[in-house]
Write a new protein. Sequence first.
Length: 396
Amino acid sequence: MTQSTDFDICVIGSGPAGLAAAEAAARAGASVCVFEAKPSLGRKFLMAGKSGLNLTMNLPADAFAEGYGKGPLTDLISLDPNRITRWAEGLGQALFTGSSGRVFPKAMKASPLLRAWLRQLGELGVEMRTRHRWTGWQDGALTFEIPQGDVLVQAKAVVLAMGGASWSRLGSDGVWTQYFDPAQIAPFRPSNMGFSCNWSSYMEPHFGKPLKPVRLMVGEQSVQGECVISRNGVEGSGIYTVSQTLRDALEAGADTLFIDLVPAMTLEDVQTRLTKPRGKTSLSNHLRKAVRLDPVKRAVLMEAGPLPRDMDALAARLKAVPIPVTGPRPLDEAISTDGGLLFEALDADLMVRDRAGLFCAGEMLNWDAPTGGYLITACLATGWKAGEAAARFINR
């Protein structure tokens, strides 16, 4: 075991929460080093931008905070979308707002923003060390496993931003929970994830194809959008939007998922169209012509069981097709996770109550946010807060 450099503040984890904490602490005058277990920085952040980096929502702060539901996160953190847009623009990233109110960089990808951010952090004096896997403490010092052996690092304060327990290959593996009292940890559950279905062989030609436009319904939640039929089940933006409600309902043995295949039509419209004489036209062709049901939607309709021969009953089925979901996809496939370090274990500055100088941020914390910019906004906001608080702590 060799001794390494001493720092005012060590940040463990290089996702948006960790880098935000490093930025805030460095701006407050602290010497900061970011430690990352993987060979490169911000891997999950880059993955988040693979299909378009949704930074935040174009909403007033109060309305935006409502998206997180009631809980300690919104009491402790300023969740202001305007701060996120100012920050990104300050890094030279032009932004635009989509039709749904979601805010994206015009480049869409995360890589230009991450490069600009890392450059700015370097200018602030922040050091970066990759291939440093945190393994706990020894005599008050942080211990890291590196390719050459093990090292000790002294720090006046530490910010942990090690993510939840999804996408372990990108660094979020939840292993950090072993360094906390189990009573301080809520069990991890998948969030913003797809769901498994036991599709019949007739669905195979439609794997990978979108189901749109549709309305997805779980209990009282109803969302219009789209989803994708996969080999394993259903996924995509619409599914992620209802995923938390559906997960909780399935755990309670309650409602399943229903899909309205013709959301632009009322039930009466569908009934009127279906009751028109069809002559010798097959029912499948009648559905295609009368309500413009494409092959994917017809397959999903057939998968739900024998079709009612009564046209009014068939219309009702079209407006609420039961989807045979069996449960969420595995935790490691989820976009994010629910569970983690309980807020009761933290003070108002996100410092662990029973370990002075240890702060936590990001998806490590027990909050469950929807997609749509809520995830990245909260990771940045908790990172900034923890970094600022850590800098105040070492200056007391």
